[in-house]
Design a protein around this ligand. Structure first.
Ligand code: HPA
Length: 268
């Protein structure tokens, strides 16, 4: 469907007249504390033209605008995945809307499987690079992208300062994007590990690419919810992923508040 970004933005601006400078996409089961978002306006995705309802549990389908920490923010509470049958245009629509609203800094969050034994479930990982392991571009072998236009060095530094200040464990690593919806096999994880990945998930890379084309500063934070297949023999389920990300949302809330505070202070 061809969607007019202007129409969407006009509708949002008719209710929220300020300019959000930071955009946040929340991954599976990850939420922010309602009480921490002040003066907010909420749109259910079904009120916005071209925004289908997400079909995956743990993705609410809600766009929230308001004050979070020290900034005006826009939050996509729910994302779209290729495995749900959405096309790439739909997946990146929230990012295009963020840009049209004035967003300069984008924080993408997701739930991911940990490939490294040292990064136990519940650890947060900031991406310093990504791998596209979907093979949808006819690529023969996934290429590692570490450019700062995809992973802002400045925002990564801020994230580590915020984590240190809050006493939250944050590690850095490479995020590998797989198509899903089934979890990987141990052999696939072994291969992805050899390519240099530290975490694996089924989202985010299309949003990173779109935001980079649109000139945004990008930060990606993964909540490592489980050991990837073969790293542990424990079975992986979406319910378990959601329960671990929900249990760690409070920590994410603290971390994001501190990150945004530092972004604001830099801008003044
Ligand atoms: N693999 C892919 N996606 C995921 C995983 C995983 O182990 N955990 C959470 N999302």
């Amino acid at each position: 469907m061809i969607v007019g970004i202007n129409e969407i933005v006009n509708k949002i601006k008719s209710k929220f007249t300020q300019t959000p400078t930071t955009g946040i996409v929340l991954g599976s089961g990850l939420t922010l504390l309602d009480k921490d978002i002040k003066e907010k306006i909420k749109f259910s995705y079904n009120e916005i033209q071209g925004f289908p309802e997400p079909s995956v549990d743990g993705h609410l389908g809600e766009l929230i605008l308001g004050d979070f920490s020290s900034e005006k923010v826009v939050i996509a509470n729910g994302r779209y995945h290729l495995y749900e049958g959405f096309d790439l245009e739909t997946i990146i629509l929230p990012i295009k809307v963020f840009k049209a609203l004035g967003v300069k800094n984008l924080i993408l969050t997701n739930s991911a499987g940990s490939i490294k034994k040292d990064n136990i479930p519940g650890t947060f990982m900031v991406s310093v690079g990504h791998l596209d392991c979907t093979y949808i571009d006819d690529a023969e072998i996934p290429i590692l992208s570490k450019s700062k236009k995809f992973h802002s060095t400045r925002l990564i530094t801020i994230a580590f300062e915020a984590a240190r200040y809050s006493g939250i464990k944050l590690v850095e690593g490479i995020y590998a994007w797989t198509l899903g919806p089934s979890y990987e096999t141990p052999a696939e994880i072994e291969f992805i590990k050899k390519l240099g990945a530290d975490a694996v998930g089924m989202s985010t890379v299309p949003e990173i690419r779109a935001a980079s084309r649109l000139g945004m500063n990008i930060l990606t934070i993964s909540c490592l919810t489980n050991y990837a297949a073969g790293v542990s023999t424990k079975p992986i389920s979406h319910d378990h992923v959601i329960s671990v990300s929900s249990a760690n949302s409070n920590k994410l809330n603290i971390l994001l508040k501190e990150i945004i505070l530092r972004i604001t202070n830099e801008n003044h």
